[in-house]
Design a protein around this ligand. Sequence first.
Ligand code: SRM
Ligand code: SF4
Length: 559
Amino acid sequence: MPSHFEQIKIDSRFLRGGIAAGLADPVTGAISEDDNKLLKFHGSYQQDDRDIRDERRRQKLEPAYAFMVRARLPGGVMTTAQWLAFDRIATDYASSGLRITTRQTFQWHGIIKRDLKPTIAAINAALASTIAACGDVNRNVVCNSNPVESQAHEEAYAWSVRLSEHLKPKTRAYHELWLDGEKLVGEEEVEPLYGPTYLPRKFKIGLAIPPLNDVDVFAQDLGLIAIIEHGRLVGFNAAIGGGMGASHGDPSTYPRLADVIGFVPPEQLLALAETVIAVQRDWGDREERKHARLKYTIDRHGLAVFKAELEQRLGYALQPARAFRFDHNGDRYGWVEGHAGYWHLTLQVEAGRLFDTAAHTWLSGMRELASVHTGDIRLTCNQNLIIANVAAAERERIDTIVARHGMDGYRKHSAIRQHAVACVALPTCGLAMAESERYLPQLLPKLEALLDRHGLIDTPILLRLSGCPNGCSRPYLGEIALIGRAPGRYDLRLGADFSGQRLNQLHRENIDEAVLLEALEQLFARYAGERAVGEHFGDFLLRAGILGRPRQIPLKVVA
Ligand code: SRM
Ligand code: SF4
């Protein structure tokens, strides 16, 4: 039997439901549960402040409802005018600045109900959108975040924009609800790709350009690996069935790396993406949402069967996958020269949160920078940002602004700090079991002290924190990962590689900080003493036999 969520979609008249009425209801700061599910397709979630949930219950008040809004920003690229507009939205409507997400876009938290429509309208006025930033549809298409380093990078970015547009829902509900678009009367509406029930679950596409796997291409439902030959983009290897989410204690849910199934030239890319989505639309589990992602569809039917169906619908066979090599899934900090004589500066933002504090004035700093910078600004899937397309003569001025506002952490921070990613978690995330973004600044100095003691302070180690097993920081790809179980308690997972091509393994379950630090201290001591030259922490743990051989052999290539 289809799940309740499927019925909500069927009844929604292409994502309208009762959202308009709910927004207009002055009696509550909330909308109904069912409409909240539909609201996600419009790029927003209803949340409540969990820090004050109990107190409000005691006072017999309704929870402190507010909305999170997420932009759709393919490839994470924006103009300086857009930056300034997004900053203004944060100042006018949001409670905690701008938040760069692990999918290269912005979230605004704490928007009260009456401000939701003006917020979404303001994002659209800035020539961006929120449609399909969440929901059972193709989400924000992520792309290697240094796209102008070569002509091929620019082309790859252009493909991510094209994919994003091509796979966008076509319903007019978005315009009606948020942009005062005309209501459809009598005309039949169609969703040519999605149909009235959209997809069984979210769908994610990421595009990586080797050797940089900064988008974690194997964590995507559809990962695209750009193949560049003689400086030209000749096409993409396709990898399908990646995903991170799991539930504690339920082995029928698991993180999975995508399998490479073949190669397509650029002109076949849109059809490929559309057809993978169409097979998932038709074959995905619509009864149990826990098993509805593409990864489970593939494992249920078998990869070869899925691929055969895909090729049959496409009307041709995919070409054999081309060779590729990734060496890193983090960001390259500092200045990098681009192909047209322009420069790009990557700055490190802790957990992606931009607001003004005594130590760092990110919002004011970026405001000042955006008002003089003539290039564009890019967000990365590691929650960082890039000041892109800077003329050589402008570098000094940019450096001065960056330093004056304390945004130059990338020059000073320890290597583990530079490679840390944390999901939002408390107080806004309704699914969080433990702290993540707010725990990171407490945990890092303790880890740094241990690493320093063992001479490892400059050794890069990928650290990922998630407040629950849904895995929004892609923690199963961390060399060290903490996954929340309960307040102050985490599972410790270890042993991913440094390029997003091997999942880590559960090492200790449900531990507190003291046990965690003790466990890591011992491992750091062994790593410092026994590692081979250039050997990464995750690789060492496997070679030294501290972890077993990974059960999943990554990157199976299906002929
Ligand atoms: Fe996520 C749900 C935040 C990237 C897997 N994610 C959520 C929600 C919306 C909680 C909810 O459903 O009520 C979180 C909102 C928290 C808040 O207060 O803002 C949330 N996810 C995030 C962000 C903001 C984390 C961050 O710190 O940056 C990321 C927004 C990305 C974006 O811009 O679109 C974010 N989420 C991811 C990723 C990473 C990625 O896509 O590369 C994953 C793992 C990859 C994957 O999808 O498998 C991820 N989020 C999930 C899941 C588990 C899905 C699953 O298949 O099991 C959930 C829960 C769900 O969907 O039911 C979830
Ligand atoms: Fe929330 Fe869990 Fe995602 Fe963290 S991993 S943002 S706690 S859903």
